[in-house]
Design a protein around this ligand. Structure first.
Ligand SMILES: Cc1cc2nc3c(=O)[nH]c(=O)nc-3n(C[C@H](O)[C@H](O)[C@H](O)COP(=O)(O)OP(=O)(O)OC[C@H]3O[C@@H](n4cnc5c(N)ncnc54)[C@H](O)[C@@H]3O)c2cc1C
Length: 389
């Protein structure tokens, strides 16, 4: 059976769920198509915590989007009657010249984000489990913290459904075809065809398949999360006593961690930013064990007292990375009725509310007031022969 709607959204994970919610809230007739069940652990939006921050070492250009995403995350929490934005603070630690410290500081200065700079002695005094080197410093951002990805995705599903969107789970999109006129798209799925005026493609780690015609140089990386029970227990790791932290070590690796956010027996979560092995999302091993968490612990060394302690769990998650680590958001270069949102390069979750909003702008108005030039699908770094050095 063929159905005709204003807009189809492919993928109802972090980004697609937000797009569906914003589009439906604007009164459009929306169909969302997701191959798995709601809030699954097969893609990029699971693992029970994601860092959110505004002092952004990846580039000050992201800060206006971050400010808006904070507002939208709070509003979404209000809409579903649940706290979604947890500002437990954040520490960005490293040598004074490290990218983590200089970049966080530059963006905070440029945009007037509240922060404190702590030297190693002050860092130890305030957060006794941390063991900085004598020349480490830390930027403390009180407004940083975390969101629970499963809660945010479920909230976007709820808001979308409440506004009338038809969200279909267990519906895998096999192909799509755009009308050469620039109006209309046909989307084929495992259980029928949908005709839509516009199409939003937010397929996460599966983007290369659905966007093969663009030849985007996306690399899917397997990234492992580990949960550890510290020697001596979680007491010094409780929120209020320890914020989220990212620690750039001298060779440039960035282990990071969360306070003890879950039931005490879950311990604390640790991971490593970037550098995971390339993989195929259809065949990757999603179970993880000691071998998989070893690189996290190797990068962390003995910088946090009580860790690694005992491992209590581990999970695999997928990054979809571009050569310059900026997102890919914009109209498909050949089909203006198709909007592409992929390549979130391991740092996209915190932005999902604002990305949903700006995708709705692109669908409804063909443009957005949000600054998205950095994410242009036609930028030189995405030329298949360029970018990577
Ligand atoms: C270990 C780890 C830690 C991270 N930490 C952070 C962090 O601290 N802060 C942060 O901001 N970001 C973080 N990220 C990144 C962030 O989680 C991702 O950028 C974000 O979740 C990407 O969302 P997405 O919608 O693109 O992908 P997903 O949420 O995976 O959604 C894509 C969806 O598309 C569906 N789909 C694909 N193909 C089809 C098809 N053919 N038909 C139907 N449905 C389809 C998939 O099933 C999936 O549900 C982390 C990621 C990982 C893996």
């Amino acid at each position: 059976m063929t159905r005709s709607v204003d807009v189809a959204v492919v993928g109802l994970g972090g980004v697609g769920s937000a797009a569906a919610a914003h589009l439906a809230a604007r009164g459009l007739d929306v169909v969302g198509l997701e191959r798995f069940q709601p809030v699954h652990a097969m893609g990029s939006s699971h693992g029970r915590s994601r860092i959110i921050r505004q002092a952004y070492f990846e580039g000050a250009d992201y800060v206006p989007l971050l400010r808006r995403t904070y507002e939208l995350t709070e509003r979404l929490g209000f809409d579903v009657g649940r706290e979604l934005l947890h500002t437990v603070g954040g520490l960005f630690i490293g040598a004074e010249s490290s990218r983590t410290v200089t970049g966080s500081r530059a963006s905070a200065e440029e945009h007037g984000i509240a922060y404190e700079l702590l030297d190693a002695a002050e860092l130890r005094r305030r957060f006794p489990v941390l063991r900085p080197a004598v020349d480490d410093v830390a930027l403390l951002e009180p407004g940083a913290g975390y969101v629970v990805p499963e809660d945010v995705v479920a909230a976007h599903h709820a808001v979308a459904t409440r506004a009338g969107a038809d969200l279909r789970f267990g519906a895998a999109v096999t192909s799509w075809a755009a009308d050469p006129s620039g109006e209309g798209v046909e989307v084929r799925t495992s259980d029928g065809t949908v005709r839509a005026g516009r199409l939003v493609l937010a397929p996460g780690a599966w983007a290369s398949g659905l966007l093969a015609d663009l030849g985007l140089p996306l690399v899917v990386e397997r990234q492992v999360l580990g949960w550890f029970m510290p020697d001596g227990g979680v007491e010094p790791f409780l929120p209020g006593r320890l914020p989220i932290w990212i620690w750039e070590v001298p060779d440039g690796r960035q282990p990071y961690g969360f306070p003890a956010l879950e039931a005490p027996e879950r311990g604390v979560k640790l991971a490593l930013f970037r550098g995971g092995p390339p993989c195929d999302p259809d065949t990757v091993d999603r179970t993880a064990g000691d071998v998989d968490v070893a690189p996290i612990l190797d990068a962390l060394g003995d910088r946090v007292a009580g860790l690694p302690g005992t491992r209590v769990d581990a999970a695999a998650c997928l990054y979809t990375t571009t050569p310059d680590e900026h997102f890919v958001i914009g109209a498909h270069p050949e089909h203006p009725q198709v909007i592409v949102a992929c390549g979130f390069s391991g740092h996209g979750f915190k932005f999902t509310p604002v990305i949903g909003e700006l995708l709705a702008d692109l669908v409804v108005d063909g443009a957005t007031p949000h600054p998205i030039g950095l994410f242009d699908p036609r930028r030189p770094a995405l030329a298949t022969d360029g970018g990577r050095v």
